[in-house]
Design a protein. Structure first.
Length: 370
């Protein structure tokens, strides 16, 4: 296991390398710089071990699948255990021959996510900033932590192009594929009608009102009630940390809300669909507070902010909103280092350790935050 100091150095170097390679690409237009950047991030993601609070659960599930298969359990019986995430079951079956099958399964989750993000950022022409923003805003650690939901998120962001091109069949197929990775992805189906709604800045009144209601505590009881009656979540999450709201007004919460307000207000009009999607996510984010279920689902919708802030930073000539964008980047860099300087923060990504560690060899997992 790496020391916290070594981890801080690693993550800062990773961020610096991505910014540098992105700048080199912007100057030379040599795609090799981009490939090197994504390869480095994919490699670090693949070889990580026991990082993210969901890692142990997924690793244990893969091992359990192999043992059940050895005991003679058939496909139908195994589906009773793993049926709600067919993609997870498929990978577990494919790599059940290996003593370290979970390394391959979880590694594929991470690498596939990075590859999909590459395709998304390439489409929006934000290769210079896209991946750096993902790291800087700690989204990479969210992806590491969530595993299945991280991959589902990448599929959903990728599927937005089918909304923009009015290809409902491919969009629906993408949603179903994402749902096979994690069932919660089904909620993203509401993104399709949003293409018909023209974004207006006065729409931001809605999250402002919701924020006020959160401040007064008016939403607290409503959220608990909705969580308790929602299918599946009511039995799995309602009595867990995922349903708790342990304090709304943290600095990080206020900063993230302010950032989303900023990109929604200043983004170009040609990002109409993305702005509508992010607005929905902002409402989810405000309503949920520190409720982890809402927090994770909100990122399905707000992740598009990576695209908007990258475009703002790349605008020429520089304007006041570009300078404000850089101000958010500087402030987020401080938040970034505060998180990775704290043991157990950044979604359990600190300290960093790899599949080559003695902990991995002996399958020793550290205690998680939740």
């Amino acid at each position: 296991m790496w020391s916290i100091f070594s981890t801080i150095i690693l993550y800062n170097l990773l961020l610096l390398v991505c910014i540098t390679l992105g700048s080199l690409y912007n100057k030379t237009k040599e795609r090799s710089w981009i490939f090197i950047m994504y390869f480095i991030v994919a490699l670090i993601s693949f070889i990580r071990y026991d990082i993210g609070n969901d890692y142990y659960n997924y690793a244990s599930g893969v091992i359990r699948y192999g043992k059940l298969q050895e005991q003679g359990f058939g496909l139908i019986e195994l589906m009773l255990f793993f049926g709600k995430e067919p993609f997870y079951m498929l990978l577990s079956r494919l790599f059940s021959f290996s003593d370290y099958s979970y390394i391959w399964v979880l590694g594929i989750y991470s690498v596939t996510t990075i590859v999909l993000l590459y395709k998304v950022f390439e489409r929006y022409r934000i290769q210079q900033w896209g991946l750096s923003i993902v790291i800087l805003f700690l989204f990479l650690f969210d992806i590491w932590d969530w595993l299945a939901q991280g991959l589902a998120l990448a599929i959903l962001i990728f599927s937005i192009k089918y909304v923009e091109t009015n290809n409902f069949k491919k969009f629906l197929l993408s949603i179903l594929i994402a749902a096979s990775v994690h069932f919660s992805a089904l909620i993203f189906i509401i993104a399709y009608p949003l293409k018909h709604l023209r974004f207006r800045k006065w729409f931001l009144i809605v999250p402002v009102v919701l924020l006020f209601m959160q401040m007064t505590g008016a939403l607290a009881g409503l959220i608990k009630y909705l969580t308790s009656i929602t299918p599946f979540y009511s039995t799995l999450y309602s009595n867990s940390i995922y349903a708790e709201d342990s304090g709304l007004f943290s600095v990080g919460y206020i900063f993230r809300s302010g950032f989303l307000f900023f990109v929604l207000y200043f983004a170009k009009n040609n990002f109409n669909l993305l702005r509508n999607i992010i607005l929905i996510g902002l409402c989810f984010f405000i309503i949920g507070g520190t409720n982890l279920s809402f927090n994770r689902i909100s990122l399905y919708f707000t992740f598009g902010s990576v695209i908007l802030i990258s475009n703002i930073l790349q605008e020429r000539p520089k304007t006041i909103k570009t300078l404000l964008g850089y101000a958010f980047i500087i402030l987020q860099y401080i938040v970034f280092n505060i998180n990775i300087s704290s043991f157990g923060d950044a979604r359990g990504a600190v300290p960093y350790q790899t599949i080559f560690s003695k902990e991995c060899k002996h399958m020793i997992f550290r205690e998680k935050l939740y």
